[in-house]
Design a protein around this ligand. Structure first.
Ligand code: FDA
Length: 308
C-alpha cells in the first residue's frame, strides 16, 4: 500500500528536500516533466503539436501560502500565453491551472484572490483564441473551484474544469456540468482523500468513472476523457458511438510521458488527443503523485539510487 504513503509524502516539506537533493532524481523527473522553464516546455509543445496532438500546459506549483507567489504564478501563465501567441499555437495549445497556486488557500480572501488572478489569465487566453481549464485539487477546494468556474464562464464560456470520479459528489457535479458549451475533463482523482468523501477501492473509482462518463457523453457539453486506462478509453469510444458523437465533439487527454504510443495511436485514428505538459521548478508534488499512481515508477526511481 505504497500509494497512500507517497501521497502523504507529496505534502511533506522534509521529504521534498530529501527527494529534490538526490542527484539521481532528475532523470526520473524528466520522464514526467518537460523541463524547469518555458524554453524546454515550448520545445515539447512544438514537437507534440507538429505530430498532430494538441496540448494543455501546467506551470507547476501548488499550495501557495503568500500573495507574491500567487501573483508570480499568474505572471508565469501570462508569459506562457504570450509565447503561445507569438508562435500562433493558440488554438492547439491551452493552459491548465491549479487555483491553489493562484492564492485559493490564502486566509480570508483566498477565493477572491485566486479568481482575480485567474481572470487575467482567462482574458489573455480568450484574446489569443484559446482556453483555460481549472485542475481539481483536494476535496476541500471543489466548491470554491466550481464557483470560480461559474464566474469565469460568464465572460469566457470556454473555460473548463476537472471532475474526479473518486469523489462521491461527482455524479451530481457531472449532471450539473453536462450542458452545452461546458468543457469537463473527467479523471479518477490523484489526492489522498478520506473514506467519508471518496471511494477507496480502485474498482469503485473505475465504476464511478463509467457512470460519470455516461452522463457527460449523453449530455450536450464537451467531455475530455482524462485517463490512460485502456478499458475506460474503449468504453469512451463505445459511448461516443452510442450517442452519435463525431470525432472532435469530445477528446482524450493523457499526461506527458505516459503511454506515448497510445497517445499517437489514438490520434492516428482521427481522435482529438491532448497532452498535459507540466513544466517548472516546483515539480515535487506532481512527481510524487505520478509515483503514487504506479508502484513500478517507484521501483524505477529507487533502482536509480543503486550503483551501476
Ligand atoms: P490508472 O491509474 O488505472 O492507469 C491506467 C494505466 O495507465 C496504467 O496501468 C499504466 O499503464 C498507465 N499509467 C497511469 N498512471 C501512470 C503513471 N503515473 N506512470 C506510468 N504509467 C501510468 N487528477 C486530479 O486529481 N486532478 C486533476 O486536475 C488531474 N488532471 C489530470 C489531467 C490529465 C490530462 C490526466 C490524464 C490526468 C489528470 N489527473 C488529475 C490524474 C488522474 O486523476 C489519475 O491519477 C491518473 O490519470 C491515473 O489514472 P488513470 O485514469 O490513467 O488510470
Amino acid at each position: 500500500m505504497l500509494g497512500p504513503v507517497l501521497l502523504a509524502a507529496s505534502r511533506s516539506d522534509r521529504m521534498r528536500r530529501i527527494v529534490a537533493a538526490a542527484p539521481v532524481t532528475r532523470p526520473v523527473v524528466d520522464r514526467f516533466v518537460a523541463g524547469d522553464g518555458l524554453a524546454p516546455a515550448m520545445n515539447s509543445v512544438r514537437a507534440l503539436t507538429a505530430s498532430g496532438l494538441t496540448v494543455t500546459l501546467d506551470h507547476l506549483g501548488e499550495d501557495v501560502t503568500d500573495r507574491a507567489t500567487a501573483t508570480a504564478t499568474r505572471d508565469a501563465y501570462l508569459r506562457l500565453l504570450e509565447a503561445l501567441m507569438l508562435e500562433g499555437l493558440g488554438p492547439k495549445a491551452e493552459v491548465s491551472v491549479k487555483l491553489s497556486a493562484f492564492g485559493q488557500a490564502l486566509p480570508g480572501s483566498g477565493h477572491e484572490i485566486a479568481l482575480e488572478n485567474v481572470r487575467r489569465v482567462a482574458e489573455l487566453a480568450t484574446e489569443i483564441g484559446t482556453t483555460v481549464t481549472l485542475d481539481m485539487e483536494d476535496h476541500t477546494t471543489v466548491d470554491s473551484t466550481l464557483a470560480v468556474l461559474a464566474e469565469l464562464r460568464e465572460r469566457h464560456p470556454g473555460t473548463g474544469a476537472v471532475l474526479q470520479s473518486y469523489l462521491f459528489r461527482t455524479e451530481e457535479d457531472a449532471r450539473a456540468l453536462a450542458a452545452a458549451g461546458s468543457r469537463v475533463r473527467l479523471v479518477k482523482g490523484a489526492y489522498k482523500e478520506p473514506a467519508s468523501v471518496a471511494h477507496q477501492e480502485k474498482r469503485e473509482v473505475d465504476r464511478a468513472y463509467v457512470r460519470c462518463l455516461k452522463i457527460l457523453m449523453a449530455g450536450d457539453g464537451y467531455p475530455m476523457v482524462g485517463s490512460h486506462d485502456p478499458r475506460l478509453i474503449a468504453i469512451a469510444q463505445e459511448l461516443a458511438a452510442r450517442h452519435d458523437r463525431k470525432q472532435g465533439s469530445y477528446e482524450y487527454q493523457m499526461l506527458f510521458g505516459i503511454r506515448t504510443a497510445e497517445q499517437r495511436r489514438l490520434a492516428a485514428t482521427g481522435e482529438r488527443v491532448r497532452i498535459y505538459i507540466p513544466y517548472g521548478a516546483d515539480w515535487y508534488g506532481y512527481f510524487m503523485r505520478r509515483l503514487a499512481e504506479r508502484p513500478a515508477n517507484l521501483t524505477f526511481f529507487l533502482r536509480s539510487f543503486l550503483p551501476n
